[in-house]
Ligand binder design. Structure first.
Ligand SMILES: Cc1cc2nc3c(=O)[nH]c(=O)nc-3n(C[C@H](O)[C@H](O)[C@H](O)COP(=O)(O)OP(=O)(O)OC[C@H]3O[C@@H](n4cnc5c(N)ncnc54)[C@H](O)[C@@H]3O)c2cc1C
Length: 375
């Protein structure tokens, strides 16, 4: 009998888990999602910036996860493309991070040494070097506090990927490997078995109940983003998470810009090149007052747009093609992401709360889940 694994949620995290687990011999994967196939939650709002090497962190679990996931992407993308024949937009030009103070540039020297030892390149450019390579960025400014550009960090190994196309490819790949995916199926019911003690890890979740029938399971993976909160609460295992709103824009430039080129980042605003004349700009980071769900605020979007114009003045004449927003799942009281056994069950694992880096961390999350199944 194959090992039966159920996954709740197929945003980018659930899709990566489904793809990885369905490669394992003797494992049968089921995926359920309440959404329509084309209607994404957090994953549909993401810019897909894979910022690992140019993260300012020097050490720690989060940095290790970021770097390891970035490494995995290099093999994952060509493999998925070959397997599914889906062209996945994947920017290999790196990330160019603009710096607005000399102090900031100097701080990067310590990080550069650490990254070299970790096997990654990181270049620190002063204003003269930046003007040689990217003269069009010499007018870049930071609005708050008002400062002109002093140089840049160029990270050739960081990447950017289209999150929706990636998720579609992961699901197609998973299905080719035998996974069964069911949309428009919200999971609200299950059956369990209690051991003699009736408590703690003595309990096992045995079935997921859906309108199409009950599915017997050996393992359940909860990759439901913010939807993991009500599920965990019903199991008396609260996993506090707050929705943090992000807004973004797609713009069309009045004239072509350099293409291909790296993601340009400055003052926590990303300019993500899509083609010779279009780009994504994002994203705001908006917290809710009074523990409510934050709503898109037009002033915050306008500040984002003005901040982007300060980085690249041609954007003042750009046409706004679309704007959108989404909620990032941010864990409260514990570090992102939350990948752990979810008591009281011995066979339920939570893989949620990826906050601002769910696209980046999806491959390593899938690897961690695989290690739970085969320690
Ligand atoms: C504006 C914005 C920009 C971002 N940019 C980046 C970026 O550049 N790089 C990066 O790495 N990350 C970025 N992120 C973060 C990233 O989007 C998230 O971390 C990531 O998408 C989380 O993926 P997920 O699969 O956990 O969640 P989701 O995409 O929310 O997927 C969860 C799925 O679970 C389903 N679900 C929930 N409850 C149930 C239930 N009971 N039954 C069935 N299905 C259920 C939902 O329908 C949903 O499809 C950004 C986020 C935003 C909002």
């Amino acid at each position: 009998m194959p090992i039966q694994v159920g996954i709740i949620g197929c945003g980018v995290v659930g899709a990566a888990i489904a793809y990885t687990l369905s490669q394992m011999p003797g494992v049968k994967v089921w995926v359920w999602d309440r959404r329509l196939p084309q209607a994404y939650e957090a994953t549909g709002a993401a810019l897909g910036v894979l910022m690992a090497v140019s993260s300012p962190k020097l050490k720690g679990r989060h940095l290790q996860l970021r770097l390891e996931s970035l490494r995995q992407y290099e093999a994952l993308i060509p493999r998925l493309q070959a397997q599914t024949h889906i062209e996945i937009p994947y920017n290999r030009q790196g990330i160019l991070k603009l710096c607005f103070s000399v102090d900031e540039l100097q701080r990067w020297q310590a990080i550069q040494g650490v990254r070299q030892r970790q096997g990654f390149g990181l270049e620190i450019w002063n204003a003269v070097q930046l003007s040689e390579f990217y003269p069009e960025l010499m007018q870049a400014r930071c609005l708050e506090p008002p400062m002109g550009v002093q140089g840049a960090i160029y990270s050739p190994d960081d990447r950017q990927v289209d999150p929706v196309v990636l998720t579609q490819a992961l699901l197609v790949g998973a299905q080719r490997q035998g996974a069964q995916v069911r949309f428009e199926t919200e999971i609200q019911a299950w059956r369990e078995e209690r051991g003699e003690m009736g408590e703690g890890s003595d309990r096992t979740l045995t079935h997921i109940c859906t309108p199409q029938g009950d599915y017997a399971l050996d393992w359940l993976i909860v990759a439901a983003g913010l939807g993991s909160v009500p599920l965990a609460a019903q199991w008396q295992h609260p996993v506090p998470m707050e929705p943090v709103l992000g807004q973004a824009l797609q713009l069309r430039l009045p004239r072509p810009w350099r293409y291909p080129q790296p993601v340009i980042s400055g003052n926590d605003i990303h300019l993500v090149p899509l083609n010779a004349q279009e780009l994504w700009v994002g994203a705001t980071v908006e917290f809710a007052a009074n523990a409510e769900v934050p709503r898109a605020d037009r002033q915050a979007l306008e500040r984002l747009y003005q901040g982007a114009i300060a980085l690249y003045p041609d954007l003042a004449e750009a046409q706004i093609l679309k704007t959108w927003s989404g909620h990032r799942p941010r864990p409260v009281g514990q570090a992102a992401p939350v990948i752990k056994r979810l008591s009281p069950y011995a066979n339920v694992i939570l893989a949620s709360g990826h906050y601002r880096n769910g696209v980046l961390l999806a491959p390593i999350t899938a690897t961690k889940i695989q290690q739970f199944l085969c320690p």
